[in-house]
Ligand binder design. Sequence first.
Ligand SMILES: NC(=O)c1ccc[n+]([C@@H]2O[C@H](COP(=O)([O-])OP(=O)(O)OC[C@H]3O[C@@H](n4cnc5c(N)ncnc54)[C@H](OP(=O)(O)O)[C@@H]3O)[C@@H](O)[C@H]2O)c1
Length: 247
Amino acid sequence: MKNTGNTILVTGGSSGIGREYAKRWHDAGNTVIVAARSEDGLRETAEGRENLHWLELDVADEASIDQFAQTVRERFPDVNVLVNNAGIMPFENISGSRDLSDAEKVVAINLLGPIRLTNALIDHLKSKDDAAIVNVSSGLAFVPLPKAPTYSATKAALHSYTMTLRKVLEGKVEVIEIVPPGVQTDLTPGQANNDQYMPLDDFIDESFGLLQQTPTPREVCVEQVKAFRHAEENGKTAELIDMLADR
Ligand SMILES: NC(=O)c1ccc[n+]([C@@H]2O[C@H](COP(=O)([O-])OP(=O)(O)OC[C@H]3O[C@@H](n4cnc5c(N)ncnc54)[C@H](OP(=O)(O)O)[C@@H]3O)[C@@H](O)[C@H]2O)c1
């Protein structure tokens, strides 16, 4: 991925990781469009930044995705990078029968969202030089968190989908996966102030440094997530699931 001169669409740019990446890419000389549901959050991300634009988007709203993609193509015809970052992480207890609305919502946002938005923009991206798709998965794609089972499953699925995209788009669109560890954001209640999580600035500094390498790593893994990313090959998956279950 080029470091500068891109036009980058970042979903989930109204807070947290998406907001901070949007600002870094903007600082590095890219045009950036952030998209999410919260207009206030989007305005805050874009405030005082001439080439940082915002558009409202609910990635779970299937009916609006094509219209959204058309608006992006018309207003920002140079868009060459899609960053699928929007996500939610509800806690669930699957040890007994339950209401599945949270499970269905997390699949719609975390998995169907990237699949649908990629589908709506893929032909456009393929027509561009230096095109890239960046999918934000999680260390929990590789070691599931027992209290967030559907979330973990969506991230494992996104990892798989990303590998296929990379293969089928070889030579046409670069496909990158960012695999964050637990980071201090508002993804779950209390997480932003919990020192078991990586400080947001530290995560952005380290991962953005990796993103700026040439060639861009296919998977952007900061040191803190490597034990999770490589758990299976190291024979550590069961041990790490036990550790997460105690949290
Ligand atoms: N923080 C971590 O520990 C961690 C670890 C691994 C992976 N991740 C991943 O990193 C990504 C960003 O999370 P974060 O930690 O930065 O949390 P965050 O601060 O809660 O940000 C989540 C973003 O997703 C957006 N979003 C949620 N539902 C949406 C929808 N239906 N349509 C459009 N946008 C939607 C939110 O905006 P609106 O609410 O305004 O729509 C917000 O901008 C997520 O995919 C998350 O799974 C985070």
